[in-house]
Every structure is written in C-alpha cells, then in structure tokens.
Design a protein around this ligand. Structure first.
Ligand code: PHE
Length: 339
C-alpha cells in the first residue's frame, strides 16, 4: 500500500467516523492527531518520499490534518449539548419568555369606569361615530348659531354628516329608542377640529352617562358621581360641583376632584386651586326630553360626560396626551400590570 493510499484510507475513516460517547472522540483524536498518532508517523515518512511526489504528499497530509481536526471539533460540540440534555435537565432554568401584550391605558381606564357603573345598574350603549346634525346638536338644544357648530370645532364630512364631537349624541339615540327607566353608560371616540398638542388631540375618548326615571333629582346625580369618584380614586376623594353651562342640561355643573396642593407641580396642574375638573354634568333639559318624545312632566334625569384621557392622566400621572396615541411599545409596556 502506497503512502498516498494510506492517507486516502485515513481520510475516508475520518469522514465516516461516528462517536457515541465523548471518550470515543478522544481516543480517535489520540490515534490520528496524537503525538504518536498516524499523522505524526506519516510526517516521519517525508524523508522517504521521492522529491517529485513530496508536494502531493504534503498537501494530502495537510488535508488529513484539517479534516480530522474539524471532525473532532464538530463531534465535541455536538456531544456537549447532546450530553447536557441527556444526563441533566435543569428544571429551575427560566424558560424562554413569550412576549405578552398589554392593554392600552385608555382601555384600562375605560374598563374600570364601565365596571363601576355596571355594578350600580348602568348598561352599555354605543352609537355611530359619523352623526347627523340632529343627534349631535339640534336634539341636544344647540341653537342654530351655537359656536360649537362652527367649522373650527367640528369635522363636517357631508351635507348632513359630521364626526360626533361628544358622546352626548348617544344619549339622544338611547332616548329615542328606549322607554324610561333608562340607565346607560356610553363609551366612544369623539372628534374635534383642534391643533394637536401635548394638551389637545383631534380624536379622544369620552364616557357618557344617562339616567332617566320618575322623580330623579340633582341629589341622585351627586350621589352617583360621588360613588363613582370613590370607586375610581379611593374612599378619601373629595368632590365638588361647580355651576356651569351646557345647552342640554339645566342646571349644569362641572365636577372637580381634590388633587392637593403640596408640590409645585400640584400648583401647576390645578392652576393654584388644588381642584381638577373631571367631568360635565347636569339635569337633562326638558326640551331635550321632549325632542325624544319623553314627557318631562313625568320623567326627569341627569347626564354626565367625561374624557377618558383626562382621567388616565390623573390615574397614571402621564401628562403628555400624545403618548396615548402614538402606540410606542416602550410606553404601552408599562401598563402590563394594569387590568
Ligand atoms: N358633552 C359634554 C362635553 O363634551 C359633556 C357633558 C355630558 C356635559 C353630559 C353634561 C352632560 O363637554
């Protein structure tokens, strides 16, 4: 057998070699690459090779050396990982984490608010985002010249089609289609033609409440809203009702919660009063009841409406409105714990 044939034989041996245990790999390494191994012996033959055949011989030897080394490395690394899973499974190792989503903070706050009112007998009602003048304005006692109808506030999208500017339009739809007693809570998106800034956005979310029955009074409204504020902000919350004006309620009020006046930031947020406005409310104007064929002699009721973003700002201390609309995961991921 020539030396070249011998190398060829070793090369095919290397190619086909398989090992069941790390020890087999090691003894294979010693036999081929060890200090008394085949490779060493063949290098020793160099002097006996005729000079014209030395080049081929040298190349073959180098090929054997690298192929044997590669094979051994390959077998070693695969036996490392295989050996681990066979003999030892570390059950305490954390598994690969699955990326979990989280609810959007606006949904978190909306759900909390809906839950509170659901528990005291309100059911959820929804209405269209594209409204007509009647449901958004006229039925709610907005006069023909009311400034809120102005192009600056409202997105008009057709002769009698606009994007609702408040969820009070859902009140009208509910009054038209249901008989009192009525207790509904209406979440939804609303649209106003405003420049986008840290404090204003052209799309935001509101929740509207409507309660109509025989003998409903302002005191009933106040108790409902106090209950709501306590559930959302805690037992110790303080509220106050300030006289205000809406075309569809009389009397009308704005509800504030006491925020505190301890830090410089409190002064800024509450404009130095310590109080923060969170919703508009009032007794439904008899005209509005009449517009929807509910007899104001028999029935009375109250309505209230609040901005979800505003309440989210208070609950989560996130003051820049834009964050609620950009869907930046670095922001959203912070609400994983909020349900
Ligand atoms: N619709 C009013 C607004 O958008 C809020 C409101 C609702 C006030 C119900 C009174 C009663 O500002």
């Amino acid at each position: 057998m020539s030396l070249i044939e011998k190398i060829e034989g070793l090369l095919s041996e290397v190619k086909d070699f398989k090992a069941k245990a790390p020890e087999e790999v090691e003894s294979f390494r010693i036999r081929i690459l060890g200090s008394k191994g085949e490779l060493k012996k063949l290098f020793g033959e160099f002097k006996n090779v005729p000079s014209e055949a030395r080049k081929e011989f040298g190349e073959k030897l180098n090929e054997l050396k690298t192929k044997a080394q590669d094979k051994i490395n390959e077998l070693k690394s695969s036996s490392d990982s295989a050996g681990q899973s066979d003999d030892f499974i570390d059950l305490t190792r954390p598994s690969q984490s699955a990326a979990l989503g989280s609810r959007h903070p606006i949904s978190v706050v909306r759900n909390r608010i809906l839950d509170i009112f659901n528990r005291i007998g309100y059911t959820i009602a929804e209405g269209p985002e594209i409204e007509d003048d009647w449901h958004n304005f006229s039925a709610l006692n907005f006069t023909e010249e009311h400034p809120a109808r102005d192009m600056q506030d409202t997105f008009f999208i057709g002769p009698d089609a606009l994007l609702r500017t408040h969820t009070s339009s859902v009140q009208v739809r509910v009054m038209e289609s249901q008989e009192p007693p009525i207790r509904v809570i209406c979440p939804g998106r609303v649209f106003r033609n405003e420049a986008i800034s840290a404090r204003a956005h052209c799309i935001f979310h509101q929740i509207e409440g409507l309660y109509i029955d025989k003998g409903v009074s302002f005191a009933d409204m106040k108790q409902n809203l106090l209950h709501f504020a306590r559930e959302l902000f805690g037992e110790d919350v303080k509220i106050r009702l300030r006289p205000s004006y809406f075309p569809f309620t009389e009397p009308s009020a704005e509800m504030d919660i006491y925020w505190g006046l301890e830090s410089e930031a409190d002064y800024r947020i509450t404009k130095g009063t310590g109080w923060l406005e969170i919703m508009g409310c009032g007794m439904i104007d008899p005209n509005v009841l009449k517009n929807s064929n509910i007899d104001p002699e028999q029935y009375s009721g109250f309505a209230f409406g609040m901005g979800i973003e505003r309440i989210a700002m208070l609950l989560f201390q996130v003051k820049n409105l834009r964050l609620y609309f950009e869907n930046d995961l670095r922001f959203l991921n912070q609400f994983k714990a909020a349900l």
